[in-house]
Design a protein around this ligand. Structure first.
Ligand code: TUI
Length: 314
């Protein structure tokens, strides 16, 4: 059994977080992961405070284990959601797509563990100084909003920049990734794409089929021109969007082209209009199974790998 500091800190059995995937990670998925011994996370995405409160209530009704809420800091509702998580006293808040400095003290005062995603050493240092409980070092292999650095480079750099527990994310889909993350200095992992195939994950059947079918070169990053790079499956919509990025189209018109595309992928499964966020490790996702089984399976796979690592040393 692999145990680490993060298990003790948060009161979880396995050091596995489920990533906060916008429009996807709801109270039902989060509860299933938490019941499986990991840390389930509700994604606030662009949702309103009341919408997030409702998902928190659903999760509370389905589990008595700790779970988290991910706050997407570019959301117009971020202030409102920041208040809701305080009122609901969720155990953990993770943040993404921005700097959560202005909320940190308020969350800490409410007894919430704040665990920000940091895409750089500079952000890791700021979050350490402001009293984060741990950091998520998310490399650019991940799906959704991505930073510049890969997991392989970011995790050891963040490890060296902080004394806090580091959770590795980006490109991890099985026990080999878990073992590698620990070797890089992480004491936990966060997986998003692998949970897209969880039985409790509510996405359009077409989305799930795509994830189960795709190969190694299936994803690409778009959105750099507007400063919000996202990794997603290379669908017709995304190919067309990539062409428009290099056209003479104005920034305003370009940003309108992507409006609603994440929601359309999740709820309508439409490849012509939807943007199917996914990490590079989508190619490693091969079966539908309960969330709890995913958590247990990856940790059981990691165990013999970590034990066997000493065989390399002669
Ligand atoms: O946040 C994510 N992944 C996401 S968010 C999302 S929804 C979205 N909507 C509109 C545009 C873009 C995304 C889909 N996927 N992952 C965590 C993450 N955070 N990756 C990178 C960052 C990040 C980037 C910059 C964190 C902090 C940061 O700070 C910049 C600064 O200094 O403010």
């Amino acid at each position: 059994m692999i145990k680490s500091d993060i298990c003790e800190l948060l009161g979880i059995k396995y050091p596995v977080f489920q990533g906060g995937m916008a429009w996807i990670a709801d109270g039902k998925l989060a509860a299933a992961v938490s019941n499986g011994g990991g840390l389930g996370i509700i994604a606030a995405g662009n949702g309103s405070g009341e919408r997030v409160r409702n998902e928190i209530k659903i999760a509370k009704s389905l589990t008595d284990k700790p779970f988290g809420v991910n706050i997407m800091l570019m959301s117009p509702h971020a202030d409102e959601v920041a208040e809701v998580v305080r009122e609901e006293k969720v155990a953990v808040v993770t943040t993404g797509a921005g700097n959560p400095s202005k909320y940190m003290q308020g969350w800490k005062d409410a007894g919430i563990h704040v665990i920000p995603v940091v895409p750089s050493v500079a952000m890791a240092k700021i979050m350490t100084r402001l009293g984060a409980s741990a950091l998520i070092a998310e490399g650019g292999e991940s799906g959704g909003h991505v930073g510049e650095l890969t997991t392989m480079v970011l995790v050891p750099l963040v490890r060296d920049a902080t004394s806090l527990p580091v959770i590795a994310a980006g490109g991890i889909a099985d026990g080999r990734g878990v073992a590698a993350a620990f070797m890089l200095g992480a004491c936990g992992v966060q997986l998003g794409t692998r949970f897209l195939s969880a039985e409790e994950c509510t996405i359009h059947p077409t989305y799930r089929e795509k994830i189960l079918k795709v190969g190694d070169l299936a994803t690409m990053v778009t959105g750099k021109r507007l400063g919000h790079p996202v990794r997603s499956l290379r669908t017709n919509f995304v190919r067309e969007y990539a062409k428009m990025e290099f056209s003479g189209m104005s920034d305003e018109e370009l940003s309108g082209k992507a409006e609603g595309a994440f929601r359309i992928a999740v709820q309508e499964g439409d490849s012509e209009k939807g943007c199917f966020l996914a990490g590079q490790c989508a190619a490693m996702v091969k079966k539908v199974q309960p969330a709890a089984e995913i958590v247990r399976e990856i940790m059981e796979e990691a165990e013999p790998i970590l034990r066997g690592a000493s065989a390399w040393v002669k």
